[in-house]
Ligand binder design. Structure first.
Ligand SMILES: [Zn+2]
Length: 283
């Protein structure tokens, strides 16, 4: 499942083909994904100019000249591809449509943006741009981890009231936006915090240490995604998935990489997902 860095990489990959461009034609090939598409979605997209392509948490937000914003969520298996970009950055011919190409946006510059989602856990909706913060998908989301509202004071105050394991607290989208299983495991490992520790049992200093660590983990992954975009001219036009080395995620049985630690990475189930951590140095 894509997490924040993957979605940010998709945004950066799509922006050159979409920002400032008119959607000359929108093909909507089915009535729904996870939820029904908004009424007349193809009509409401066709002829609109994309003023900006933004990201909030794991949502892509395309602000349109019509006063609406197209909200896109990749879900579990959603994939975005760009083909035929005439800007000269990428050189992908338009491929023949394939199964699960549910929405295709034809841009005035000749680019074609395709949303493919085999499992259909993705979503698209249209909402007035000036009321976006009140949209039911956007409203409950907590502060952006790379934004100013996610800071030491905020996290200390928020976690002080949480009796859940710190792992579950950091996965809670109301507390911090866009963090998923992979990057929470990585952040707790770097902070040497045991993922089973109750959030409110952690000292203020340890909670505060998580803020720069979360930012670093995400920033490094976004940078890796940027490298993947540079390689992408050789790829098939799919955006957002990239090879990135993890220190603890998916490393069950491997030696801990923390200097001086002789521990072995363990995997335990937590909140229905696998937690990877070092039982020796994460306390
Ligand atoms: Zn260790």
């Amino acid at each position: 499942m894509p997490e924040l860095p993957e979605v940010e990489t998709v945004r950066r990959g799509l922006a050159p083909s979409m920002e400032g461009q008119v959607i000359t034609r929108a093909e909507v090939n089915r009535p729904d994904l996870r939820w029904p598409f908004p009424e007349r979605m193809a009509d409401r997209l066709t002829g609109a100019r994309v003023l900006a392509l933004r990201r909030r948490s794991k949502y892509l937000l395309a602000d349109l000249s019509t006063g609406e914003t197209l909200i896109i969520h990749l879900g579990m298996s959603g994939r975005m591809t760009v083909s035929g970009d005439p800007l000269g950055q990428f050189h992908h011919d338009h491929p023949a449509p394939v199964k699960h190409d549910h929405v295709v946006l034809h841009m005035e510059n000749g680019a074609r943006v395709t949303f493919n989602d085999a499992r259909r856990f993705g979503a698209m909706d249209l909402a007035p741009t000036d009321q976006l913060d009140a949209h039911w998908l956007i409203k409950p989301i907590g502060p952006e981890p790379l934004g100013n509202a996610f800071n030491e004071d905020y996290l200390i105050a928020t976690l002080a009231t949480r009796n859940t394991p710190i792992k579950a607290a950091l996965l809670d989208q109301r507390i911090v936006a866009g963090l998923g299983n992979i990057y929470v495991c990585e952040a707790l490992y770097r902070a040497r915090i045991n993922p089973k520790r109750k959030a409110r049992s952690l000292s203020k200093a340890r909670v505060a240490s998580l803020v720069p660590i979360v930012r670093d983990v995400l920033s490094e992954a976004i940078a890796a995604g940027g490298s993947s975009l540079r390689d992408y001219r050789q790829a098939d036009g799919e955006l957002g998935y990239f090879q990135h080395g993890f220190q603890v995620y998916d490393r069950e049985g491997a030696p801990c990489q923390t200097e001086g630690c002789s521990g072995t990475i363990a995997r335990i189930p937590q909140s229905g997902r696998s937690t990877f951590y070092c039982p020796k140095c994460q306390r």
